[in-house]
Design a protein around this ligand. Sequence first.
Ligand SMILES: [Zn+2]
Length: 281
Amino acid sequence: MASAALPIPEPGPVPAPAPAPGIGPAPAPVPGPAPGIGSAVGTGGPGPAVGFGAGLLVVQPLRRKHCAGCRRGPLSMLVLEDAAPRCLDCADLGHLVYLPRGDTALTRRSREESGLSVVVVRFNRRKGRYEREGVLVEEAALARAEERCLADAEARRRRRARDARLRSAQDAHFAELFAAEILRLFPGCPADRARGIAAHASLRGSGRVGRSAAGRALSEAAVVFAVRASVRHVDTPYDRLLMSGVPRYEARRLIAADVETLIRTWGEDRDARTARDGTAA
Ligand SMILES: [Zn+2]
């Protein structure tokens, strides 16, 4: 009987080298032991405080743990006090609210606002270390921090709206100047046409001449260029020629005279034209 050879009280599979009975392999030792956290009874491991600074630390246990004081449990969060788990109420932390990590600004501000705040950690088995899961802060502190964050978001929204209004006012102002300059150079150009050319040429982000450095400086060349382009597209069959397959340079040659005629007409001083028309008439 082969089985008889086996010792009866088989020791069973050797448990992994001292995993903490419930908290995680127990928090790493801290230079300058954090109060209340060292090696917990039976955890056989280091305390969780490494990297989280000295002071209070709350642990989210991996296993079911009950409070050594009031026996409540299993606990979702606990404090190790003299190596024994205690619930937050027994540890006088019951008045704090839990803020999971994720919103850096909210976390930072909550801790700033909170007279008492405690980092909450949990052991990550895969990585073999404790990781910060969140913080416990005073409820009023969290509310104030949320208000500050909301105020920030609101302030940013208002600033964006202000910037947009400013930009569109600048655009409108620029288009006005552009139109005025068109009319100065081309007094014969109908005013609404001048406004249309200016608006088209100064559309923000269009990359059109009105937005170029020369256009912004309202150089005469830029204004003439915009007017000429408008005349070409609006007052001549240029676009139709292009659509019907006439090469661009050929189309330009075909309409050049029309463009120059209208440009010259618009460019003439009103009085001169009136005088000339009058003379001609
Ligand atoms: Zn308790």
